[in-house]
Design a protein around this ligand. Structure first.
Ligand code: GLC
Ligand code: CA
Length: 562
């Protein structure tokens, strides 16, 4: 079946537990989603990506799946999902699901069987290895760390073997080298595609092929020492090709999540006749204030962010298609990272312009369009996320408590997981009951109801940006070019076509900035399309966190325009 044109689209990501509670138990659900579908459509997006909504013991909030073919009872039923899907489609919204197949939950029936013996029908569904012995000491098969919890191996006494878990202990890695496992994956894909969903966001899909010998990683490297042997592995292309065939039958969209995959490698998956993935969720743009993970924090560097933006823009030009994002459920809120809580409205709107007009398909994470910011909870006991809790217990143990908590405040994924702030009433209008997780205390200032009523709000700025992007062919298809790449406070990029040139100018500073038009541009031909301050912008001057979108005629006219 022919694929729909995802390049014109933009997506809204739902992390359901904190989105909207429809049945009053303090947990977000599909009834809540149903009631907010008009709101989502009103943003001007064209699709929804659901983070996992399947049955799960929630060791990693849905990313540990115990049944691939049902809905978590907290969130509803398959029938309620069908209702959401039909209504979304009627509103012109496509729906894509999270496909988490690098691992399952350790409570998945496959794993419960697999751990029992070395000879059962499921014994090779996971990655089991014999211990290494050092005298009497039973050691794991290699020295890999897991990304979430200590070593990457856990002992199963029934089999007297260890199983591999690249993430939490409760997330055993599937053995994708087993053809039966790949058939299961295809079955799961078909199940949801037959139900009518439009595609998948594929969780850590670049981790599914492990080096057959599972060699030791670099001993001194924390957390990711095994990565060279499980990322972009030897048989990955082969497996992605198999899954692609299924997607093709349905014209389904496939977006791969690829932590730390460099753009050069990404081109293998994203380009050419074979194109096994349509888009990739890269991590380059998430490290402008850290090294590899938010827990290794450094001050925000705009040049680093711009390098990441432009690297992907240039590399994919004419060959592949970018997924654009600044937030999702795995990262702290972007205003608190790359913007300024002090200049909340200004920086929240500026950041929207900084990425929504690049070439690609934008993703907006729930609450991002409201400018939600990081939460700062008093103690680690109040946090929910396994990665946060583990980082707290393993990093900087000798530092004073206050400092350690400051790192949690800066880095935790839980900042993206507080309930969405719908209005200024109790529980931010998220639920009539006590919410499952802390509401950010700033909900009286930052909420949807308030922003609906305010022409200049972050919410309405997102709407204006998305409308402009959709209506303008140059913003959709035009070439990207960056100016002033080394400037520490201004991000300036151009989108150009035969018909016109558009400059997007963004200040990342609390102070006023001066800037000059690039060569070939003159003030006369300029038509402002968008500004995040009221009134007319002044060329050459930027107020704190100001963002401008400016239009000129094509280059041949030397800046002049009829
Ligand atoms: C992906 C998900 C993240 C999850 C991890 C393990 O990175 O986005 O939330 O914890 O994979 O499934
Ligand atoms: Ca509920």
């Amino acid at each position: 079946m022919e694929q729909f044109d995802f390049r014109r689209m933009s997506f809204y990501q739902i992390w359901i537990r904190s989105f909207a509670d429809g049945n009053g138990d303090g947990i977000g659900d599909l009834w809540g989603v149903y009631d907010k579908l008009e709101y989502i459509a009103s943003l001007g997006v064209d699709g929804i990506w659901f983070s996992p909504i399947y049955p799960s013991p929630n060791a990693d909030y849905g990313y540990d799946i115990s049944n691939y073919r049902d809905i978590h009872p907290d969130y509803g039923t398959l029938d309620q999902f069908r209702r959401v899907l039909d209504r979304a489609h009627a509103l012109g919204l496509r729906v894509i699901m999270d496909l988490v197949i690098n691992h399952t939950s350790d409570e998945h029936p496959w794993f419960l069987e697999s751990r029992k013996s070395r000879t059962g029908p499921y014994s090779d569904y996971y990655i089991w290895r014999d211990p290494k012995w050092k005298g009497e000491a039973r050691l794991p098969p290699n020295n890999w760390y897991s990304q979430f919890e200590g070593l990457a191996w856990e002992y199963g006494p029934e089999r007297e073997q260890f199983y591999l878990h690249v993430f939490a202990k409760k997330q055993p890695d599937l053995n994708m080298d087993n053809p039966k496992v790949r058939e299961e994956v295809k079955g799961v894909m078909r199940f949801w595609l037959d139900l009518g969903v439009d595609g998948f966001r594929e969780d850590v899909i670049t981790f599914i092929s492990k080096h057959p010998e599972l060699p030791d990683g670099i001993p001194w490297l924390p957390v990711v020492n095994g990565m060279p042997f499980y990322k972009d592995g030897p048989r990955l292309m082969e497996y992605l090709r198999e899954f692609r065939e299924v997607a093709r039958e349905y014209g389904a969209l496939q977006i791969g999540e690829a932590p730390m995959t460099p753009v050069k490698t990404a081109l293998i998956y994203l380009t050419g006749e074979e194109r096994v993935l349509d888009m990739m969720i890269q991590f380059d743009t998430m490290t402008a204030d850290c090294f590899m993970t938010e827990f290794i924090h450094h001050p925000f560097s705009l040049p680093k962010l711009k390098r990441a933006f432009s690297r992907w823009q240039y590399a994919l030009e004419g060959k592949g298609w970018n997924a654009l994002y600044l937030e999702n459920h795995d990262h702290p809120r972007v205003i608190s990272r790359y913007g300024s809580e002090e200049y909340w409205r200004e920086s929240g709107t500026m950041l929207a312009a900084a990425y929504l007009f690049q070439k690609g398909t934008p993703f907006i994470y729930q609450g991002q369009e409201l400018g939600m910011t990081n939460v700062r909870l008093g103690s680690i006991e109040e946090y929910q996320d396994v990665a946060t809790i583990n980082a707290y217990h393993s990093f900087r143990r000798h530092q004073p408590e206050k400092k350690r908590m400051r790192h949690v405040h800066i880095a935790s994924r839980d900042s993206a997981r507080t309930p969405v702030q719908w209005n200024g009433s109790a529980n931010a209008g998220f639920s009539t009951a006590r919410p499952w997780f802390a509401v950010n205390p700033n909900y009286r200032e930052i909420n949807a109801e308030k922003e609906e009523a305010d022409e200049g709000s972050i919410l309405n700025f997102y709407r204006r940006c998305l409308r402009l992007r959709k209506e303008n062919d140059t913003l959709l298809w035009g070439k990207y070019r960056e100016y002033l790449p080394l400037h520490p406070r201004i991000y300036l990029y151009e989108r150009s076509s035969e018909a016109e040139r558009i400059l997007v100018v963004c200040s990342f500073s609390k102070k006023e900035q001066e800037w000059k038009l690039p060569e070939g541009y003159s003030p006369e031909g300029c038509t402002p399309l968008l500004c995040n301050y009221p009134g007319e912008p002044v060329l050459g001057r930027l107020r704190p966190y100001e963002a401008l979108v400016l239009r000129w005629g094509p280059a041949e006219e030397k800046g002049g325009e009829a």
